[in-house]
Write a protein that binds this ligand. Structure first.
Ligand SMILES: Nc1ccn([C@@H]2O[C@H](COP(=O)(O)OP(=O)(O)OP(=O)(O)O)[C@@H](O)[C@H]2O)c(=O)n1
Ligand SMILES: [Mg+2]
Length: 465
């Protein structure tokens, strides 16, 4: 087992480690960016430090990645608006073709010598606990890891990142909710290597907690807690979902049991076509209901939490109304999950999908009233329904009055096409998007989604751990 494992890791290591030429090319691009930034800062009335951060500063990027992160650290007493203004000035000077993106504050993303450069302003604070903005921690991460990661460990980090990418859990964006680069580096550091990490993870019993500097002061929730060595009040793994921790454990065991390089390769399934969707729906005998609408034009880190929240609100209400949700999913075009040819313009489309075990509820529903001995309430209930021609009862069952009254909706389709849809917990941007209009597809009609969402449907009907 040992030899096989090492042979697999060696092959992956070979593939994800940049050669000398790639390192040089990247370093040249980074230096160009940093020189241009220094020139742009010279035109400003304040001084600022240019710092290369992220995986390219630490030698932990995987070969072929083309992202360079450069920060400009301004004096901490600079007002926020001035920091934003100067940050964008420098960004546009360095990356004349660049576009503005927005995280906690705006920054510029552009191309330089074939690399995608993020040029981010931050505050040069004394220590990471004094941060004024989340990005102010980043230079501390680089300093902390720089002195602890040697070439061999950097290689272990690259292999680990590739494994996490292969199994689909790499990235701390709110769509993925997985392992960030910094988290990966800290875990490798903690265990001393990829193999040690994987062997340990196979036996984790979450919650799993690490505090590399032993300085944690607050307690954190979540399946994985790694107290930031540069900030005792932050859990580096805060966004990592329980699902992704469990998934990592599953694939750690799979790799140990049967070492193979394909676990290090992300692979999309063959997209389902309309026929495959119809066959799947028929075979399962369920009633899928999909809402399809124009995705709100907000950044992904806003979009995904809102889509999940909306899906949760929808499925809770469908359950409450007796349609028994078997499984549900949300997906969008123009990111992974779309067929590239049919990618739409702008923000693309989004889908909320709920697969129901119950297609139709009867015309009546049971409604229990108060116990008869609770005289005032019981009489009120009795009188409210006594003359209602639409109900059966009130009758007495056990100690209570009961009526059987007409059900508001007998199918999920009737529910999602009614105004009651807007009473469920929806993310505000999703709510506006739905108000602008949406299509409802039921049962085999969801085959029409295959054009734009064939990969997501293949994932859905053929789920992997
Ligand atoms: N959720 C995040 C995202 C980023 N960072 C900081 O920003 C740096 C750059 O972020 P990113 O490019 O996302 O990660 P890398 O570490 O560069 O990893 P990758 O190889 O994926 O680029 C990270 O190293 C980390 O210090 C962070 O603290 N928290
Ligand atoms: Mg990076």
């Amino acid at each position: 087992m040992s030899d096989e494992f090492d042979a697999v890791v060696e092959r992956v290591h070979e593939r994800v480690s940049p050669d000398a030429e790639e390192r040089e090319r990247l370093q040249r691009a980074a230096e160009t960016v940093m020189e241009r930034a220094a020139d742009a800062i010279a035109d400003l009335p304040v001084s600022a430090e240019v710092i290369q951060v992220g995986s390219t500063a630490r030698g932990t990027w995987t070969a072929g990645d083309r992202d360079v992160d450069v920060f400009v650290a301004f004096p901490p007493d600079l007002p926020r608006e001035t920091l934003e203004e100067y940050g964008l000035d420098v960004g546009h000077a360095v990356l004349p073709e660049g576009r503005e993106e927005y995280a906690e504050h705006p920054y510029v993303v552009g191309e330089c010598e074939g690399y995608t450069v993020d040029l981010v302003p931050c505050y040069a604070v004394e220590d990471a606990t004094a941060i004024q903005s989340a990005v102010d921690r980043t230079p501390f991460h680089t300093r902390y890891l720089d002195s602890r990661l040697d070439d061999a460990l950097a290689g272990e980090v690259r292999v680990t990142k590739q494994f996490l990418k292969g199994i689909g859990v790499y990235g701390s964006d709110l769509r993925t909710r997985g392992f960030s680069g910094y988290l990966t580096e800290l875990l490798v550091l903690e265990y001393g290597g990829f193999r040690e990490l994987v062997a340990a993870a196979a036996d984790w019993h979450p919650p799993v907690t690490f505090d590399p500097e032993g300085h944690g002061t607050v307690s954190f929730d979540g399946p994985l807690v790694v107290v930031d060595p540069t900030d005792p009040e932050r859990n580096v793994a805060a966004v990592c979902s329980a699902t992704n921790v469990a998934r990592f454990q599953h694939y750690a065991r799979a790799l140990l049991a049967n070492p193979r390089t394909d676990l290090f390769e992300a692979s999309d399934p063959d997209p389902y076509d309309a026929d495959a969707v119809r066959t799947a729906v028929e075979r399962r005998g369920t009633t899928p209901v999909a809402l399809r609408f124009d995705a709100p034009d907000v950044v992904e880190d806003q979009l995904w939490p809102q889509l999940r929240k909306s899906l949760g609100g929808l499925t809770d209400e469908l359950d409450r109304r007796g349609f028994d949700v078997l499984r549900s999913a949300t997906f969008t075009t123009d990111t992974r999950g779309a067929n590239e040819e049919t990618e739409s313009d702008g923000a693309g489309e989004a889908v909320l999908l709920a697969e129901l075990a119950v297609a139709e509820r009867p015309a009546v529903e049971r409604h229990d009233g108060p116990p008869v001995h609770v005289r005032e309430h019981a009489t009120g209930f009795y009188e409210a329904y006594a003359d209602d021609p639409d109900v059966a009862g009130p009758f007495v069952d056990g100690e209570r009055y009961v009526v059987e009254r007409p059900r508001e909706v007998t199918t999920a389709e009737a529910f999602v096409t009614s105004d009651a849809l807007f009473d469920v917990r929806l993310g505000p941007h999703v709510e506006s998007a739905l108000e602008a209009g949406y299509d409802v597809l039921v049962g085999e009609e969801i085959a029409a989604l295959a054009d734009s969402f064939g990969v997501a449907l293949a994932d859905y009907f053929d789920p992997k751990p």
